[in-house]
Design a protein around this ligand. Structure first.
Ligand code: NOJ
Length: 502
């Protein structure tokens, strides 16, 4: 049986435009990633996920794909990708890539054909509708980010096409079997080259049926589309993955916020291997909030469905900005890496980057997400390892937060992440063990991680005062600096600690 390597791996999300710039044009690239594999190996992550690198006009920075089987020149070439895959594998790092199945770019040859005439060969590969008999839009759906209706009229053929995101991102019609077949071929293209898996963009949306009913009140249907037919597509995808020797995986971006709904996307271990649960990405720093996050995952996913933990990504506010101070952000690292499940760590979180302040004239994202996409500051001196003017501004305090400065500073956020990742890697209880919430005083969440031979307790103080927990043991790690290895039961303000009890 293939190993379920994705269950014990820590995934590191790279937003390629913002990660590392080897050619000095101000936009990150594949060679930049190759050059930083040493850093990732040193940090101690097991796998990377690259946000989109395929050919794209960049209306949504790669989430508008014009060719699923080539690399956009801004990032490099197919040969660069093969070099990256090879170099990562030599370091024992697996490589997963973003796959955007719900929509293409309006510049994709499929859409160019589809809009050429009502009788075009690929007309039905997209979702076309007439205006209603009163001349209104086909339904009341709105596109993402308050950008207006989800329908754009194609003047030359006189019909509307559906786009749940930008007009430059027309939705594919997965109800047409040719679309499924063509999209499975795009997976094979990368699997044949040896990739280890995929992150599937807004995967729940490919299940929409032909009815496209009005919403009770006009708005975006994105968080509502959860239809049975998606599971047939997911099973076809899984069969494709399972036919490859490298045991490839797929994690789904499921834009449903109830972990009970996310559970269905694992199927009977014949659909997705992993599904993102996004609630923790907008949970405030409170014990009640995080206790419920952990509890609902235990309750809804049980022991048969392996959870994913994520606290930030290229669409969300950075943890440092969300939680408000460094102590909490350090403690949150423990929540991410010591909860039962697969952690996804967004590049820059290990540095404790805040969101960048982006002045109006530098705003580039139609979805208002530029702040969390600021370039990674590699070195402390001006330019921070980037070309003259990176595509987005750096965060404030980029010099102090840079990789270079933090690698040299014992006790830095980066140092702490590295220590925590090493502890996790060496600990069967943290990687694979069971998890049970414990009774704990107000303001504290504590849970037990257990595997044969190792019994740990993770305890997090969400308050600004010390709290006595009644637990004692050997402290394996603390988010606060200078703590005593013997844990006497008292957590400092905003402290997270992992204690060996058995
Ligand atoms: C979700 C992605 O994470 C986001 O960045 C993108 O804009 C939308 N899907 C549309 O593809």
């Amino acid at each position: 049986m293939a190993t379920r390597w994705w269950e014990s791996a820590v995934f590191y999300q790279i937003y390629p435009r913002s990660f590392a710039d080897a050619d000095g044009d101000g936009v990150g690239d594949l060679q930049g990633i190759i050059d930083r594999l040493e850093y990732l190996a040193w940090l101690g992550v097991d796998a990377i996920w690259l946000s989109p690198i395929f050919t794209s006009p960049m209306a949504d920075f790669g989430y508008d794909v014009a060719d699923y089987c080539d690399i956009d020149p801004v990032f490099g070439s197919l040969a660069d990708f093969e070099a990256l895959l090879d170099a990562a594998h030599r370091r024992g790092i697996r490589v997963t890539i973003d796959w955007v199945p719900n929509h293409t770019s309006d510049q994709h040859p499929w859409f160019i054909d589809a809009r050429s005439s009502r009788n075009a060969a690929k007309r039905d590969w997209y979702v076309w509708r007439d205006a209603t008999s009163e001349g209104n839009l086909p339904n009341n759906w709105e596109a993402a980010w308050n950008t207006g209706p989800a329908w754009t009229l194609d003047d030359s053929t006189g019909q509307y096409y559906l786009h749940l995101f930008l007009p430059e991102q027309p939705d594919l019609n997965w109800a047409n079997p040719e679309v499924e077949a063509a999209m499975l071929d795009t997976l094979r293209f990368w699997l044949d080259r040896g990739v280890d898996g995929f992150r599937a963009d807004v995967i729940n949306l490919i299940g929409k049926g032909p009815e496209l009913p009005n919403l009770a009140a006009a708005g975006s249907p994105i968080v509502d589309i959860d239809e049975p037919r998606v599971h047939e597509h997911l099973r076809a995808i899984r069969r494709t993955l399972d036919s490859y020797p490298q045991a490839p995986m797929m994690v789904g971006e499921i834009v449903l916020y109830d972990p009970g709904q996310v559970r269905a996307y694992y199927g009977n271990d014949d659909e997705l291997q992993l599904g993102f649960n996004f609630r923790p990405t907008d949970t405030h720093w409170t014990a009640a909030g995080f206790r419920e996050r952990i509890d609902e995952v235990h309750r809804e996913l049980g022991t048969d469905h392996w959870p994913v933990w994520v606290l930030g990504n290229h669409d969300r506010r950075r943890q440092r900005s969300r939680f408000g101070n460094e102590a909490r952000t350090r403690a949150a690292a423990v929540v991410l890496l010591a909860s039962r499940g697969t952690p996804y760590l967004y590049a820059g979180e290990e540095l404790g980057l805040p969101d960048a302040e982006v002045p109006p004239h530098r705003v580039v994202d139609p979805g208002g997400r530029d702040g969390c996409r600021a370039p990674i500051p590699w070195i402390s001196t001006a330019g921070h390892g980037w070309g003259p003017e990176p595509w987005l501004p750096f965060v404030d305090d980029a010099a102090e937060l840079s990789v270079e400065t933090q690698r040299e500073t014992s006790g830095s956020m980066l140092d702490f992440y590295r220590e925590l990742l090493a502890l996790r890697r060496a600990s069967p209880a943290l990687r694979r063990g069971s998890s049970r919430l414990l009774d704990s005083p107000e303001g504290v969440v504590a849970w037990r991680r257990y595997s044969e031979g190792q019994d740990l307790v993770v305890a997090v103080n969400f308050t600004e005062s010390p709290v006595a927990t009644g637990l004692v043991g050997n402290r394996l790690i603390s988010s606060c600096q200078g703590t005593d290895p013997h844990f006497d039961g008292t957590l400092s303000a905003d402290e997270a600690t992992i204690v060996q009890t058995g």
